[in-house]
Ligand binder design. Structure first.
Ligand code: AMP
Length: 359
């Protein structure tokens, strides 16, 4: 596609969470109409969108209508079945990012194998399909090592550290027979991420690197632009570019990286969508990651990724949201609330971007 989608075109979003909500808001600001597709009627994204389709991701009838209704279809949720994307393409829909990119990034083994082929470092890893695979991998790698499900893990879920070989059996059975990966421990000094975009014409734009802090496996804060050396910055941009090009990607993605000694970088994970560690761009940059993604999939020129402010983004998890009144009074900050009802422990309810300095 070369011609930009005209105003009033319909953009379909698979997935109905907060990322869909913020994508939808960015799209409507640019004059598009959004059709959200997801399982919940009262979801964060459906509540702010012109049209919402409430259906399972595998409902062919609903997918047929969705394909017919949209000028381009994208997703905000990486666990949409690849077969559903392929089905939509088969029905003549334009889908971005592509199904292959989703398939690779949904699976930790495929993802790390892809990274290595693209010349990007990762921790040592082993494909685990049985207890004997795990025992052999532990014998080769040693302990500690981290056993993760290959698919559908997020926020530290579906992960278990093995600190002694005797824990192998219990760790394996805790995954309930799901295919897994064993990862060597990354001896990292910092965790950073890079958010980047690519258009249909192959143009790439990369945002400044953010530094991330997790609490109990869940992202707590991102500070961006992070204080990093020029060398590290260059390496992170190079990785983002290799990932985007290797996946023939159109849209925004997030790449989580571990910083090792000597500013060496290895890839932890690729998120084939806008990413929580990119929320700082809403107040740090003229074109935030949500607008950027909509621009990319709509074939519009990509926006400016230069940071105007250094921002600290803090997630409001579960009951943190109850402090909204005090947070709303803070100067130099902006509050984003996702419109979810129950503030369950660890649930992402909103975030606050605090301006740290003008650049
Ligand atoms: P993930 O779901 O893979 O992003 O992992 C969540 C968090 O667990 C990461 O942000 C790291 O803090 C930690 N982690 C994941 N993989 C490793 C590893 N191989 N070595 C050390 N820490 C890890």
């Amino acid at each position: 596609m070369t011609a930009p989608l005209p105003l009033g075109s319909k953009i379909g979003i698979l997935g109905d969470g907060q990322l869909g909500r913020m994508l939808s808001q960015a799209a409507s600001r640019l004059g598009f109409n959004v059709v959200v597709y997801g399982p919940d009627a009262m979801s964060p994204a459906a509540n702010v969108s012109a049209v919402s389709k409430v259906a399972r991701y595998t409902d062919q009838e609903a997918l047929n209508r969705f394909a017919a209704a949209c000028d381009v279809i994208t997703f905000e949720f990486e666990n949409v079945p690849v077969s559903s994307l392929e089905y939509l393409v088969g029905k003549g829909a334009r889908v971005a990012p592509n199904a292959r990119a989703l398939g690779i990034t949904q699976d930790r083994v495929l993802e790390k194998s892809f990274a290595r082929e693209a010349g990007i470092g990762t921790v040592d890893f082993y494909e685990i399909n049985s207890l004997s695979d795990l025992e052999a991998a532990l014998a080769e790698n040693g302990v500690p090592a981290l056993l993760k499900t290959r698919r559908e893990g997020y926020d530290g879920k579906g992960q278990v550290w093995i600190r002694d070989v005797s824990e192998a059996e219990a760790a394996f059975s805790s995954l309930n027979g799901r295919a897994a990966i064993l990862e060597a421990r990354a001896d990292f000094q910092r965790e950073i991420s890079v958010i980047a975009a690519r258009g249909y014409d192959g143009e790439v734009r990369v945002y400044p690197v953010g530094e991330n802090h997790h609490i109990k496996g869940i992202l707590s804060t991102t500070l961006a632009p992070a204080e990093v050396s020029e060398t590290l910055k260059g390496r992170a941009e190079d990785i983002a570019r290799r990932v985007l090009e290797g996946l023939d990607y159109v849209g925004v993605l997030g790449v989580e990286l571990f910083v090792l000694e000597g500013d060496q970088l290895i890839l932890n994970e690729i998120a084939p969508r806008v990413h929580n560690t990119g929320h700082w761009t809403q107040d740090g940059c003229l074109c935030d990651q949500f607008e950027q993604h909509i621009r990319a999939v709509a074939g519009w020129p990509l926006g400016d990724t230069m940071a105007r402010f250094q921002v600290e983004m803090t997630n409001l998890l579960g009951p943190d949201i109850l402090a909204w009144e005090a947070l709303s009074q803070e100067a130099d900050s902006r509050l984003y609330i996702y419109g979810k009802d129950e503030p369950r422990e660890g649930r992402k309810m909103g975030h606050i971007n605090r301006i740290k300095s003008t650049l």
